[in-house]
Design a protein around this ligand. Structure first.
Ligand code: PEP
Ligand code: MN
Length: 258
């Protein structure tokens, strides 16, 4: 399938799209091995962070432009499209070359200059909800992008900070129908960052599909215990494959294709 078709399907309401890949691009071999498995499972949108917005400056910060290049190389090798996070305006030029969907991370959801700059370019944008932001603030943030001319926006609920420490964040699933009521954009759910725990990812994924989300963003790593970031919440390819097997008939019942 060509890039345009994959992107058009993502915006089609009859689809439940899956974005999958590692939290961070670590090496070419890591991406190649994983991409081969994911594309075999039908994944068309490959994620991988190159500019990592880590909580601590002591954590792995990503491979930068080199990471974007590797992501693009491997995604196209397996006929997938690439999505990666852009943290600042000066990364946009490189991203325009190597990435098919630009991601704005939770920590940057209200970075107005970044939103405006990303609104001026033509590639689709996945805007993640800030973990301290209300639904309305997310909706307002989309306007900074669309006012510049780019309407190809995808929203992503990824959990908000509450008093509950049992999960990394609290997945606010009620935002999904509200975003859909307030905006014309597809709404994705990221159960990986929301829960912070691989075991919970299948449960939250099913709930996201049931509540009407348009897709999922899931972190997958060949060896989660060795991942340079977010290993605890990453599924192995086998766990991911089992999750897809569960979701496919469920999506069918809802009239959607995975
Ligand atoms: C990510 O998806 O790579 C990420 C850092 O997520 P978030 O911005 O939601 O924390
Ligand atoms: Mn991550």
């Amino acid at each position: 399938m060509n890039k345009e078709t994959i992107i058009n399907q993502l915006f089609a309401s009859t689809r439940f799209s899956i974005i999958a890949g590692p939290c961070a691009v670590e090496s070419e071999q890591q991406l190649d091995l994983l991409a081969r498995k994911l594309s075999f499972l039908g994944v068309e949108i490959f994620r991988g962070g190159a500019f990592k917005s880590r909580t601590s400056p002591d954590s792995f910060q990503g491979l930068g432009v080199k990471g974007l290049q590797l992501l693009q190389k491997i995604a196209s090798k397996y006929k997938m499209i690439a999505i990666s996070e852009i943290m600042s305006e000066n990364q946009l030029e490189a991203a325009a070359k190597y990435v098919d969907i630009m991601q704005v991370g939770a920590r940057n959801m209200q970075n107005i200059p970044l939103l405006k700059a990303i609104g001026k370019q033509k590639k689709p944008v996945l805007l993640k909800r800030g973990f301290g932001s209300t639904i309305n603030e997310v909706v307002e943030a989309t306007k900074y992008i669309s006012d510049q001319g780019n309407q190809k926006i995808i929203l992503c609920e990824r959990g908000i900070r509450t008093f509950e420490p049992a999960t990394r964040f609290t997945l606010d699933l009620s935002s999904v129908p509200i975003f859909k009521e307030k905006t014309p954009y597809p709404v994705f759910v990221d159960p990986s960052h929301a829960s912070g725990r691989a075991k919970l990812v299948p449960f939250l994924s099913r709930a996201a599909l049931a509540i009407g989300a348009d897709g999922l963003m899931i972190e997958v790593h060949e060896t989660p215990q060795k991942a340079r970031s977010d290993g605890l919440q990453s599924l192995t390819p086998i766990q991911f494959s089992k999750l897809l097997d569960f979701l496919k008939p469920m999506a069918g019942l809802l009239g959607k294709k995975i």
